[in-house]
Design a protein around this ligand. Structure first.
Ligand SMILES: Nc1ncnc2c1ncn2[C@@H]1O[C@H](COP(=O)(O)OP(=O)(O)OP(=O)(O)O)[C@@H](O)[C@H]1O
Length: 627
């Protein structure tokens, strides 16, 4: 197979990835400066989650650093005592107090490590939970249209892995704090022996830090560049592994093709993984080599000091130990800082996701007037899906009044569903205005708009919950049992419930034990019941009966007609079943995103236009008998 199965192989890197990649490539020093910022962010989250545990963890880590530092200083002191002139027994005795401090430091450090493990076991999940909650809080407020933008949805997909890295970063904050204290102690120890030795101990660490940071930049750059490919892999993987795809994949014998595509993308990603690993390996080796040179330079400096008489010979051994200890403390701390640096890049990714989710929230300038869908007026309304070249709805004028049933008809792709979403305020127009009772939908809180809407979609959401809640979610908390029973009866959902093993308590999802799935038509009946139970002023039903049998369809249309008959609502009906909308007050015929014809059935038949043609075609199909 030559052509890639999903197609569009060389898709553009998402905009957010380009921005973040630029941040990651901004230079080692610039990104190293990000580490304190990352620490502040993580500590801020920890503080917000639990000030008590944050303080406790901080205290434990500072103590741990201080104990390690005391151990280091005491170790240097032990060697200083042991290596001075004089009889050995006396030197050993003189070294005993420092030795006791070393032993106590080791024991204390063990205890503090245990405490630190315990406190971060409590704190880290709280930090992660906090970050996750912030993300989901912003996502629930995100405007629907954002989910039509692949740039945004691919960013949201990255939030999961980012949270994982944030978790490991949070784990490191405390350790880094302790690490910094021990580095300071080690440097001070070396400096006390001779001031020149203090900067010299850092010499070995700098190349290693540079190599590690560069390696992480390579990894992060590759992670971003591979984002669209990873997405392809997960899409192909879902086709192979998910229940919803299983039937068609088998029926169209596409298993081998999918597997081959999966292997192809996986091989690409693996090759990239190898490239990154090798690159990091080269960088690490280079870092180690330069570190060795740094360490050697340290010893050269030490030799020079001895040679020039700047350091007594007795202190040389202590200096070597101090330098080695300092170098190892620095390396550990650098590794911890690396983790934080890496977490910082993923925090940027996460922040971008939260920011974009917030940016896609509607900036409503509230209009004090109460917005009611009476009337709903569309003036010169146009709408285009993100990244598309043409308007899905173009320059539409329409007025919907209370008590009216308006049918939207037209060929596939003519813009009916999009127009319906504009009417209910799920989308806002790019040009023109949709007004509810004179108030533009742009200046009404979307929740206020949607609270007055009942939407029955062509492919309703199969809410993974009990059958009863699948209906009650229409208006949770509405304690009107007769209305609930009425919605079930009118939609025919009562018959569906009767056939379920635990009746209304049956969970309608195969993802749970003893859960059940339903047929398309049964789901649609439940969706209609949900819409009826919502009891809203504006009812929009988009192909509510496409999957229904003739009897159920008849029932649903009668129910919808009765709904608007009380004169209190606006009902908008999107349908291809023209026979069902003959009695609609108005029929709006869409063509290429515009209104082509408008009027009642008789007027449109007299017009002899698109509607008349479609109506006759359908009528003929029912009337004709095969020869
Ligand atoms: N999410 C989307 N992203 C990009 N383009 C879209 C999206 N949804 C619909 N479109 C395009 O917008 C136009 C109008 O689509 P819409 O779904 O409103 O048509 P429709 O009349 O409801 O069609 P149907 O009768 O098939 O349900 C079509 O050209 C369609 O391809």
């Amino acid at each position: 197979m030559g052509e890639p199965l999903i197609g569009a192989e060389d898709v553009e890197t998402p905009r957010w990835a380009v921005v973040l990649e630029a941040t990651a490539q901004a230079g080692v020093l610039a990104v190293a400066r990000a580490v304190p910022r990352t620490m502040r962010t993580l500590v801020g989250w920890a503080w917000a989650a639990s000030p008590r545990w944050t303080v406790l963890t901080g205290v434990i880590q500072v103590l741990s650093g201080v104990v390690t530092a005391s151990g280091l200083l005491a170790t240097a002191s032990v060697f200083t005592q042991l290596l001075t002139d004089g009889p050995t027994p006396e030197r050993v005795v003189a070294a005993l107090p420092a030795l006791a401090v070393v032993a106590a430091a080791l024991v204390l450090r063990g205890g503090l490590d245990a405490l630190s493990g315990g406190s971060s076991a409590v704190l880290v999940p709280l930090v992660e939970q906090r970050a996750q909650d912030e993300l989901y809080r912003s996502l629930v407020e995100t405007d629907l249209v954002a989910f039509e933008d692949p740039d945004f949805t691919s960013l949201v997909e990255q939030a999961g892995p980012a949270l994982l890295r944030i978790r490991s970063g949070a784990q490191m904050v405390g350790d880094l704090l302790a690490g910094v204290i021990s580095v300071v102690a080690a440097t001070v120890t070396a400096g006390l022996i001779h001031p020149v030795l203090a900067p010299v101990v850092l010499l070995a660490a700098i190349p290693q830090a540079w190599a590690n940071l560069s390696g992480i930049r390579v990894m992060f750059g590759s992670h971003l560049a591979m984002a669209s490919r990873s997405r392809r892999l997960s899409v192909t993987g879902s086709l192979i592994s998910e229940r919803t795809a299983a039937a068609e994949v088998r029926a169209f014998t596409s298993q081998d093709v999918l597997l081959a595509e999966h292997r192809r993308i996986a091989a690409d990603l693996a090759a990239e993984g190898v490239r990154v690993a090798l690159r990091r390996n080269v960088l690490t080796t280079l870092g180690r080599a330069l570190s060795g040179v740094g360490a050697a330079l340290g010893y050269v400096v030490l030799g020079l000091l001895l040679f020039l008489g700047g350091l007594p010979l007795a202190l040389a051994g202590t200096a070597v130990i101090a330098m080695r200890t300092a170098a190892s403390a620095v390396v550990t701390t650098v590794t911890e800082a690396n983790f934080l640096f890496e977490a910082g890049l993923f925090i940027d990714l996460y922040r971008e996701c939260v920011d974009q989710a917030r940016r896609h929230r509607r900036g409503v300038v509230p209009d004090p007037r109460a917005a009611r869908p009476d009337p709903v007026e569309l003036r010169g309304v146009s709408f285009r899906y993100p990244d598309q070249e043409a308007d899905a709805v173009h320059d539409v004028d329409l007025v919907l009044r209370r008590g009216e049933t308006v049918a939207l008809v037209g060929e596939n792709g003519s813009g009916k569903s999009t127009l319906a979403k504009l009417v209910v305020g799920l989308y806002l127009p790019d040009a023109g205005e949709v007004r509810w009772g004179g108030v533009p939908t742009t200046s009404v809180d979307p929740r206020v708009l949607h609270d007055q809407v009942a939407l029955v979609l062509q492919e309703p959401l199969r809410w993974p919950m009990t059958a009863a809640n699948n209906v009650r979610i229409g208006r949770l908390g509405r304690a009107d049992e007769p209305a609930y029973v009425d919605a079930l009866t009118r939609s025919g959902a009562d018959e569906v419930f009767d056939g379920l093993p635990q009746g209304p308590s049956t969970v309608l999802s195969r993802e749970f034990q003893q859960g059940r799935d339903l047929s398309g038509g049964q789901w649609q009946r439940i969706a209609v019941a949900r819409g009826l139970f919502r009891d809203a002023a504006l009812v929009v039903a988009d192909e509510p009966t496409a999957a229904l049998d003739a009897r159920a369809e008849h029932g649903v249309f009668s129910a919808l007609r009765e709904l608007s008959a009380d004169g209190d609502r606006v009902t908008v009906l999107v349908t291809h079943r023209l026979a069902n909308i003959r009695s609609a007050d108005r029929i709006v015929v869409m063509e290429d995103g515009r209104i082509a014809e408008e009027g009642d059935h008789d007027a449109l038949m007299a017009l002899e236009g698109i509607y008349a043609e479609l109506f006759r075609l359908q009528g003929r199909a029912y009337a004709e008998r095969p020869a």
